[in-house]
Write a protein that binds this ligand. Structure first.
Ligand SMILES: Cc1cc2nc3c(=O)[nH]c(=O)nc-3n(C[C@H](O)[C@H](O)[C@H](O)COP(=O)(O)OP(=O)(O)OC[C@H]3O[C@@H](n4cnc5c(N)ncnc54)[C@H](O)[C@@H]3O)c2cc1C
Length: 383
């Protein structure tokens, strides 16, 4: 599969599977198993896996484009896909001692039959996912893990969870290790329901691990090396992906607002809203300017990830922080421009507005990113 083909497939799934069901799934808080099935059948679940093991071998440019296209149709599904690609990247980066253990999982992913996700955030350390409070206990050559994971996208629907936990002998707060925990592992359970303000159809419920046994060939990182993988493998793609979800939401908001301004009419004036009110046209223009600005920012981050340089980590941090604010601003403007029709849920805009608020609270949150950027600019340590 090449870049254009992947984006075409995402477009096709977006219009055939996601768009028609997005409103209903949002209302019911229903996870779209049809969407995951379509993504699997299209080959998109193995997008970034190497061709030698059956993947498409595509990079961050295609990942970002596919995510933004999916998010334009349904941001809940785009976030499910984003978490899957991150889980997949972490499995692919497994230490040599785990390569045989994870091989069947990678094969299932390239066959489109396996959805993965990240289970990092814990109730105890909240948004500071880099400092889990759970600690794995040695169990022969493997470990046993008990942990309360507070939000896990695709909870109960994924076939695997990338679980962080402090290493048995770790001495510092970031001395974590990452493990692969398969669905059906005794002790693994969904520990609550998901009834969020936005992204309601992505099953981001809590997960409990109760003395789960994890064999050594499912230990993805060396002891205490989880933090480095979070930083080097997960963070860049996560920030690019959430930025791309934000971009999809902004594009959808611009498109829906334009349709409303063209179709809603002042009958007494014989004009559409857009024809009648310059202030609405100006606000639509501001939304478009912000959306294209975000698009340029994402292109810039893709370029930095393709050709890493000194400023790359700064761009990684900046992009998610900016994207969260832009998505909230653009969708808030859309709510104002479309007035009562948006407020009374006659348009998809209120869903976009609610979904847009998730990006900023997903860790690293916008506040934390700004704190990191400020520290980096002043030459202070980030952690
Ligand atoms: C839809 C959704 C899906 C999610 N999916 C997953 C998932 O798949 N896997 C996963 O591991 N997690 C997931 N999460 C969890 C997410 O990444 C965060 O951990 C969670 O949203 C943090 O919420 P909190 O209220 O506990 O944060 P808190 O830590 O209580 O933060 C409260 C406030 O304090 C601010 N704050 C915290 N620390 C600092 C600081 N150092 N400096 C400045 N301000 C700070 C925050 O920005 C926030 O405004 C998901 C969350 C959501 C909403």
């Amino acid at each position: 599969m090449i870049h254009d083909e992947a984006v075409l497939k995402a477009n096709e799934i977006g219009s055939r599977v996601l768009s028609p069901a997005a409103a209903q799934n949002d209302k019911a808080g229903r996870f779209s198993t049809e969407a995951v099935k379509s993504l699997g059948e299209s080959g998109l679940l193995g997008l970034m896996l190497p061709a030698q093991i059956g993947g498409s071998g595509l990079g961050p440019r295609t990942f970002a484009a596919v995510i933004s296209v999916l998010a334009e149709a349904d941001a809940s599904v785009a976030m499910v896909y984003l978490m899957h690609v991150l889980g997949t990247a972490t499995i692919l980066a497994a230490r040599p001692g785990a390569s045989q253990g994870v091989a069947p999982t990678l094969k299932e992913i390239t066959a489109g039959r396996h959805l993965s996700t990240l289970a990092f955030s814990e109730a105890g350390s909240r948004s500071h996912f880099w400092t889990p409070v759970s600690r794995a206990r040695k169990n022969g050559s493997g470990v046993r893990i008990s942990a309360k994971k507070s939000w896990v996208t695709s909870a109960g629907h994924a076939q695997s969870y990338i679980v962080s936990s402090l290493a048995p002998d770790g001495s510092g707060p970031t001395d974590s290790t990452l493990y692969l925990v398969l669905e059906g592992t005794p002790g693994l359970s969904v520990a609550g329901s998901w009834d969020g303000l936005g992204l309601r159809a992505n099953a981001s419920a809590p997960i409990a691990l109760d003395d789960c046994e994890v064999p050594s060939n499912f230990q993805l990182t060396e002891d205490c090396a989880g933090f480095q993988v979070m930083l080097n493998v997960v963070l860049p793609l996560f920030n690019l992906g959430t930025g791309s979800v934000a971009l999809g939401l902004c594009r959808a908001a611009v498109a829906s607002t334009a349709v409303h301004l063209k179709t809603a009419r002042f009958e007494h004036l014989g004009q559409s809203l857009g024809e009648s009110l310059p202030t609405l046209r100006a606000q639509l223009a501001a939304m478009q300017i912000d959306t294209d600005g975000l698009s340029a920012r994402i292109d810039d981050l893709v370029d930095h990830l393709e050709r890493p340089r000194e400023t790359t980590m700064l761009r990684v941090l900046e992009t998610k922080a900016a994207a969260g604010d832009i998505a909230i601003n653009v969708t808030s403007t859309a709510m104002r421009v479309c007035g009562g029709a948006a407020f009374s849920k006659h348009l998809s805009i209120e869903r976009l507005f609610r979904d847009a608020h998730a990006g900023a609270v997903m860790a690293p949150t916008g506040d934390v990113l700004r704190e990191f950027i400020g520290r980096a600019l002043l030459g202070m340590p980030l952690f």
